[in-house]
Structures are given as structure tokens and as C-alpha cells.
Design a protein around this ligand. Structure first.
Ligand code: DGL
Length: 270
């Protein structure tokens, strides 16, 4: 049981920000990743559609025998219902651990949240933080062009298009003088360098993928689900469209060759 894999899903490349951290901190955990590349982006879709996609993604992972499911997706975590009962499997999303770290990190209590349009419209991060710390000020901004940039490998700070889009979305948060920004979509940490170049080094960037990986490690420990194997772990990747671009960009981001471990599935069957 304990050597069963952790299942991680997102609409595309974004959830790899959680996987990269897991490979570091949980080297003996097998990972099965699903990126719904055929239906990305999720963040511009309705609550019903996102919930249906999330359930299919999680069912696919369950069919592979995983022991724990991570919705490494700010959008799913914000708008889809908790899937743990439906799946009878332990499950986490990204909102809770990310808010927790942002609240620890801020000094001024002025926090920016950036995410997809669905996430920002749900106010999931803002509501959670203001419930716990009513004196904090949370400013929100959706950044709908960030996911297509990342999915197309356009993350270079020196790219004029990237820096212009970053400026367009973030100038309001800079004026609000936030000292912490939640990267509330797991795709956005891939744009960290460009965001930091615009916001300055004094603003803390909270990576929702990384925070969720750390929280997953904590939950596995608490639930007694950590792997008891000392063998090197495996990582398998599944996508819902052609693997070529995913293989290329995921390989660069994870700094490993994953060319023979990406398979295409028909997610509509789940
Ligand atoms: N990476 C996901 C998120 O965290 C999904 C982005 C999208 O597909 O729009 O919100």
C-alpha cells in the first residue's frame, strides 16, 4: 500500500511545480501525473465544467491505484467541491497550504493574490485569509494570459511580450504596496523570474505548487502513508492530447528527460 503512487493532476504543465518539489522532498514516492492538455485552460471555464473535469481527472488517477490525490491546480481547488468523499481517497488542493504560508510570511499584512479568472472570481484565497486574519488586506488580480504563455514555453524574463503582460497585470498590485504575492495558479511559478523582475526582490512570492508539495508530505506522514521503500521512485506522466510539447517543456522544467514516460489517454472515458 505505502509504495502506491501519489496522484497529481492539473490542466497542463502547472502542477509540475508541485511535482518538482515532491521529487526533491519525497524521493521514495512514486508519482503519477495527469496534465489535461487537451482541455487547458481551466481558468476561463464555468464552475460546472471545471468540477466535471476535476472529477474525471481524479477518477483516472484512482484507476491507476494511487494512495493520495493532489489537485495541483488553484482553479480546481477554488471552485470544484472536495473530491475526497466521492473518491474515498485522501485528497488535498492548493488553497489552504498556500494561504497558510502567505500569512506566516507577510510583515505588513498587505497580500496580493494572482490566479485564473475562475479562481479570482471565487475569492477563495482572499476569503480564507480574511477569515483567519481580518486585519489583513488582500488584493486580487486575474492574469488570464499567463497560462497560455507557460503552456507555450514563453517564460523568459527578457522576452518583451512576457514583461509587457506581467506589467499589465501587476501594476495595480505594485501600487497597493503588497509585501507578499500568492502565485495562486500553479502555472505562475514558471513566470517567477519575470514577476520578481517587475515587483522587486522585497516582495515575497508564494509558490502554490511548492507549498502544496510540502503540505502533501506532512499529510502522508500524518496518515501513515509514506512509502516504506528505499528504492528510487518512478514518475509516470499522462496527458489528454499529443505528448510532444508537454515532454519538451516538462523535461526542461523538471530538469530530466521524460520522453519515454509520457502517454496519451482519453480522459472522457473516466
Ligand atoms: N494551473 C491551474 C491553476 O492552478 C490551471 C490553470 C488553467 O488551466 O487555467 O489554476
Amino acid at each position: 500500500m505505502n509504495t502506491d503512487a501519489i496522484g497529481v493532476f492539473d490542466s497542463g504543465l502547472g502542477g509540475l511545480t508541485a511535482v518538482r518539489e515532491m521529487l526533491e522532498i519525497l524521493p521514495h514516492e512514486n508519482i503519477i501525473y495527469f496534465g489535461d492538455t487537451g482541455r487547458v485552460p481551466y481558468g476561463s471555464k464555468s464552475r460546472d465544467t471545471i468540477s466535471r473535469y476535476a472529477l474525471q481527472d481524479a477518477r483516472f488517477l484512482k484507476s491507476r491505484g494511487v494512495k493520495f490525490i493532489v489537485a495541483a491546480c488553484g482553479t480546481v481547488s477554488s471552485v470544484a467541491p472536495d473530491l475526497s468523499d466521492e473518491l474515498s481517497l485522501p485528497y488535498t488542493g492548493v488553497v489552504h497550504p498556500t494561504c497558510y504560508t502567505a500569512m506566516e510570511r507577510t510583515v505588513t499584512g498587505r497580500i496580493g493574490v494572482i490566479g485564473t479568472t475562475a479562481t479570482i472570481s471565487s475569492h477563495s484565497y482572499k476569503n480564507r485569509i480574511e477569515l483567519k486574519q481580518p486585519s489583513f488586506k488582500v488584493y486580487e488580480q486575474d492574469c488570464p494570459l499567463f497560462v497560455p504563455l507557460v503552456e507555450n514555453g514563453m517564460t523568459d524574463t527578457d522576452d518583451e511580450i512576457v514583461s509587457k503582460i506581467v506589467e499589465r497585470y501587476l501594476h495595480g498590485l505594485r501600487e497597493k504596496d503588497v509585501d507578499t504575492i500568492i502565485l495562486g495558479c500553479t502555472h505562475y511559478p514558471l513566470l517567477s523570474d519575470a514577476i520578481r523582475a517587475y515587483m522587486g526582490d522585497d516582495v515575497a512570492l508564494i509558490d502554490s505548487g511548492k507549498e502544496t508539495a510540502l503540505y502533501t508530505a506532512k499529510l502522508l506522514q500524518e496518515y501513515g502513508l509514506l512509502s516504506d521503500s528505499s528504492a528510487p521512485a518512478s514518475a509516470e506522466f499522462y496527458v489528454s492530447d499529443t505528448p510532444a510539447d508537454f515532454e519538451k517543456y516538462a523535461g526542461i522544467f523538471l530538469r530530466r528527460n521524460i520522453n519515454n514516460s509520457v502517454s496519451r489517454i482519453n480522459i472522457e472515458e473516466y
